[in-house]
Write a protein that binds this ligand. Structure first.
Ligand SMILES: [Mg+2]
Length: 255
């Protein structure tokens, strides 16, 4: 059967994280938060050291809370949402006024800075561009579907490496509000490429349970792109009919 569309996961499918480890991930977030706080402090005297520490404490506490919630509910709580939550919780109105009224832009900027350290670490696999080029020549529609709490991070990275051109759409849990494997986000991705009723003629290609399980629930063809690094607490895939590949270039043998 001719393949009409492919949904690609982002992390460890199209891109990899340099020298990946859980510690390195966490360190990126710690440094990112410090940079966001510096930005806050640059806004004026109300944002003193004491305020920054209080902000960091609340942010980390809320982030952990919402992370656990997202595992339970499969809802995404974006970084912008968490910043807003902390703002509403601890920031006085006169301070908010100092932002000049445009809270949304301000919160987005904080989230951009928060993810900036992480953003420096993601790079495409060497075979990614060539594979996308070949698939594009076959007129296969392609979408990126990522569980990520900040939409701009994924958009920026695709643009930075000039890969955005190959994709009909970029969908993130941050923007959609639900995380893979929730089938709604997969249906949404298929509808975006007008293949909502042709899931069985489309491939999901990703490196983990959430990708395979979600694709399975909507009736897609399943490709697990096997990752070398194993994260702690990873969920085993409880579905049988998927194909395992080592890199996305192997998809070219199937389409
Ligand atoms: Mg992934």
């Amino acid at each position: 059967m001719k393949i009409k569309g492919i949904i690609f996961d982002f992390g460890f499918t199209l891109f990899y994280f340099k020298d990946v480890s859980l510690e390195k991930y966490l360190d990126c977030y710690t440094r990112g938060l410090q940079k966001s706080l510096q930005h806050l402090q640059s806004m004026g005297t109300s944002f003193n050291n004491e305020f920054a520490q209080k902000f960091a404490r609340h942010f980390n506490e809320r982030r952990n809370f919402f992370f656990k919630e997202s595992l339970k509910t499969k809802n995404e709580y974006s970084t912008i949402y968490i910043f807003k939550h902390v703002f509403d919780l601890i920031v006085e109105q006169d301070v908010i006024n100092a932002i000049n009224g445009d809270e949304e832009i301000f919160l987005r900027k904080l989230a951009d800075i928060y993810h900036s350290c992480e953003e420096e670490e993601w790079i495409p696999f060497e075979h990614t561009r060539h594979t996308l080029e070949q698939l594009n020549k076959k007129n296969i529609k392609m979408v990126v579907l990522s569980n990520h709490p900040h939409h701009s991070t994924i958009k920026n990275l695709l643009k930075k490496f000039e890969l955005d051109y190959y994709f009909d759409d970029v969908i993130t849990s941050a923007k959609f509000g639900k995380r893979k494997p929730n089938p709604d986000i997969f249906r949404h991705a298929l509808e975006k490429i007008d293949l909502g009723d042709k899931a069985n003629e489309c491939i999901i290609c990703g490196d983990e349970y959430a990708d395979i399980k979600g694709g399975y629930q909507v009736g897609m063809q399943l490709f697990l792109c096997k990752r070398e690094y194993k994260f702690p607490f990873e969920r085993e895939i409880d579905i049988e009919n998927y194909i395992t590949i080592r890199k996305i270039s192997e998809l070219l043998d199937y389409v």
